[in-house]
Design a protein around this ligand. Structure first.
Ligand code: GUN
Ligand code: ZN
Length: 438
């Protein structure tokens, strides 16, 4: 019997919330039932009704008073940077050269990549993240380890072999031709296998020659449905150096546009210092700016104007992400806490409905994967997170005075971490409580 019935408080978003009182933006069921079969949600509603429509012998798991939501989605992180987290550097370029590039060299060894892949998925699940978009290293072995482990765990994952052919140690360089050939091989080996999606992944313009950018553009036109991921406008020194390397481009965004890399499926990490022209170009292309707040603060990169980007006449699509290991937490709750504080510093309000929408449906839409992910609707994949807003003594004490759902969400975001994740379901199976102890 693969069918299970979950009982809990259900929360799922219908659209982007237009304020903290936008009760129409979400679906909430105080005593809800979620019927799951073969990894897919069959029914969602009040418990009594869903139970009445389920087989008599259905296995039941009770989660009340916890909240059941669609699993969190992390739209930008680096699988080979698990041992880079917490590295002491003054800024992005120092951090890359001193810690990150040497560490990524180790992923030439399959055994190392395989070991870290196991820990990587354990951490995602521990933190309630059921889908993520990751950079592997330049080595094909790292992409093989990443996708093989996703397949074993039945997770919906996006990722790519990084393309980089200059301005890094020899052990991290490919060539335009090998990056093209190996990315094609990763696509052939992994794209569409299980729930895997391969992304074309030129690291950023600094580490790709024009010839490699052309190779990335060729892949993008041969595989127009694939995601593209890269970095854009994270740090002032980075921007200056990038524009020196591509003097013919009018700005950083234009570099990617010139090589056919600015489109609907492109995920641009950071985008902190975009000009109006660049934001307009992003908007027109419907490209996605991926906000990575813990990383932006940790590396001192700057304050991403999330609210302003969304409120522009030519709005920019926005997603949120941890950016491990520039980021300092695997938790999307911690991530949104920092996103909130950044908006505070910019004189903007990011309300908790908006935050929880972004982590779930919003990120699914940004990935063009909302036909399968991001809500609790029947027909969607049963990737879920179960949230306990009283997970620690301090949270439980605060919960004594919490009266509204929005207050509970805000508490989860402000004080929550992996301890607030009571369970994570991947394709309908409990995945956190069944993690091997290590
Ligand atoms: N820009 C190019 N590579 C990286 C990376 O690994 N992390 C971050 N934060 N920025 C980058
Ligand atoms: Zn990154």
């Amino acid at each position: 019997m693969t069918m299970i019935l979950l009982r809990g408080r259900l929360l799922s978003f219908r659209h982007t919330p237009h304020g903290i009182d936008d009760t129409g933006s979400y679906y909430f069921e105080a005593d809800g039932g979620l019927l799951i079969d073969k990894g897919v949600i069959q029914a969602a509603g009040d418990y009594a009704t869903v139970k009445a429509g389920a087989p008599d012998d259905v296995a039941e798991i009770h989660h009340r008073p916890h909240l059941i939501m669609p699993g969190f989605i992390d739209t930008h992180l680096h699988f080979p940077q698990m041992q880079v987290i917490g590295s002491y550097a003054a800024n992005l370029l120092e951090w890359l050269n001193t810690y990150t590039f040497p560490e990524e060299c180790r992923f030439v060894e399959s055994a190392h990549a395989d070991r870290i892949a196991g820990h990587f998925y354990d951490e995602l699940i521990r933190h309630g993240t059921t889908t993520a978009v990751a950079y592997c290293s330049v080595h094909k072995a790292s992409a093989d380890a990443y996708f093989a482990e996703a397949l074993r765990r039945g997770m919906c994952m996006v990722g790519g072999k990084v393309m980089m052919d200059r301005n890094a140690p020899q052990g991290l360089l490919d060539t335009p031709q090998t990056s093209y050939d190996e990315t094609r091989q990763v696509i052939a080996d992994w794209h569409g296998k299980g729930r895997n999606h391969v992304a074309i992944t030129p690291r950023f313009a600094i580490t790709s020659t024009p010839a490699q950018m052309e190779a990335a553009g060729a892949l993008a036109s041969e595989f127009p449905d694939l995601h593209i991921q890269t970095h854009l406008s994270e740090n002032h020194d980075e921007i200056r150096y990038t524009c020196e390397l591509y003097p013919e481009a009018i700005d950083y965004t234009d570099i990617y546009a010139r090589y056919g890399l600015l489109g609907r499926k492109t995920l641009f990490g950071h985008c902190i210092h975009l000009s109006d022209r660049e934001a307009d170009a992003m908007s027109e292309a419907e490209a996605v700016a991926v906000h990575c707040p813990t990383s932006n603060l940790f590396l001192g990169s700057g304050l991403f104007p999330l609210k302003k980007m969304r409120a522009r006449e030519n709005a920019v699509r926005v997603a949120v992400a941890t950016d491990i290991g520039g980021g300092s937490s695997y938790s999307m709750l911690r991530t949104m806490d920092e996103a909130y504080k950044i908006q505070q510093l910019l004189g903007e309000r990011l309300n908790p409905l908006e935050s929880f929408h972004l982590m779930t449906r919003g990120n699914a839409e940004a990935l063009s994967l909302s036909q399968r992910l991001g809500t609790l609707e029947p027909g969607k994949d049963a990737d879920l997170v179960v949230l306990n807003a009283a997970a620690t003594p301090a949270m439980a004490l605060k919960m004594e005075v919490v009266k509204a759902l929005t207050e509970e969400l805000f508490l989860l975001q402000t004080m929550g971490d992996d301890r607030a994740i009571a369970e994570t379901y991947v394709a309908g199976r409990p995945a956190k409580s069944t993690l091997r102890q290590s």
